[in-house]
Design a protein around this ligand. Structure first.
Ligand SMILES: Nc1ncnc2c1ncn2[C@@H]1O[C@H](COP(=O)(O)OP(=O)(O)O)[C@@H](O)[C@H]1O
Ligand SMILES: [Mg+2]
Length: 260
């Protein structure tokens, strides 16, 4: 893949962002985070910490959930993102794979993929074909069954389809929300390989995970949220060595032994 020109290699900057749902529910307070071009950043935290909220703020889908950015700023390269405009985010190259591997169950694999990249306006057939080839190379299981109804795929295959659909928009930054949730260990390994491969091909990744071991093995940097605030942030390898992360997220007890 040719080296992208300098202005094409955008970074994501989230600066001191507050998010509120409805009139009062504060979900994020003064959260800052950067994803460099081509980087992988892991976003960890317990249920309800605000991980999905942060992805929604970046992808412009916050408003669909009655949420709003009430302070701070988000920008991707030169594009300001305000949490209210998913098309703007997709056009800037930022695409989210929502949690819960949502695919259109009644549509075929191929039809699901065709819904990816809507909102980008008219694209040349060659561009669409190229994106589809990339997805089918990455996911041979999908290539083998293009006309299968998505609802009949296994959980792992549906997650791959959800990721594949996002890749149809040729993102430069992929937002992944708990891709390993509920999948068998072998499938989790496969998803990790896929994320690494996507990143190797030049796409930056912001990876939300409860599987901290998996996420920290993939990420350069990691960020831990706790009830809407940053608890820890730093190089992934360093965070994996901190007591708090080992205890809370890597299943070890206070004395450093692995929990039973
Ligand atoms: N659409 C919504 N309306 C109101 N509150 C919400 C909504 N979505 C999430 N929340 C609340 O925001 C907080 C953060 O949620 P979320 O971002 O989903 O956390 P996580 O993804 O880390 O589990 C939680 O308290 C959750 O209940
Ligand atoms: Mg979530």
């Amino acid at each position: 893949m040719p080296e992208a020109p300098p202005d094409d290699r955008a970074a994501l900057h989230v600066e001191n962002v507050d998010v509120t749902y409805g009139r009062a529910l504060s979900a994020l307070r003064s959260v800052s985070l950067t994803v460099p071009p081509g980087g992988v950043v892991a976003l960890l935290g317990a249920n309800g910490a605000g991980k999905t909220t942060l992805l929604r703020a970046v992808s412009g889908t916050l408003r669909l959930h009655r949420g709003a950015i009430t302070a701070g700023s988000i920008r991707y390269g030169s594009t300001a993102l305000d949490g209210r405009d998913p098309v703007r985010a997709v056009r800037a190259g930022v695409v989210q794979v929502p949690e819960g591997r949502r695919v259109f169950a009644a549509l075929t694999v191929e039809e699901n993929l065709r819904t990816g990249g809507l909102g980008l306006g008219r694209r040349r057939p060659a561009q669409v074909q190229e994106a589809r080839d990339r997805v089918f190379t990455l996911f041979p299981r999908l290539a083998e069954r293009p006309r299968q109804a998505a609802g009949l795929l296994s959980g792992g295959e549906q997650q791959m389809l959800a990721i594949g659909r996002a890749l149809m928009a040729a993102p430069r930054l992929l937002l992944l929300d708990e891709p390993s949730l509920g999948l068998a260990p072998l499938m989790v390994d496969r998803i990790a390989e896929v994320v690494r491969e996507i990143n190797t091909q030049g796409t930056a990744v912001l990876l939300v995970e409860q599987n901290a071991g998996m996420a920290l093995s993939l990420a350069d940097h990691a960020h831990v949220l706790e009830v809407g605030e940053t608890r820890l942030a730093g190089p992934a390898a360093e965070l994996a060595r901190t007591d708090a992360v080992r205890r809370l997220y890597l299943g070890e007890s206070a004395d450093g032994q692995e929990a039973a």
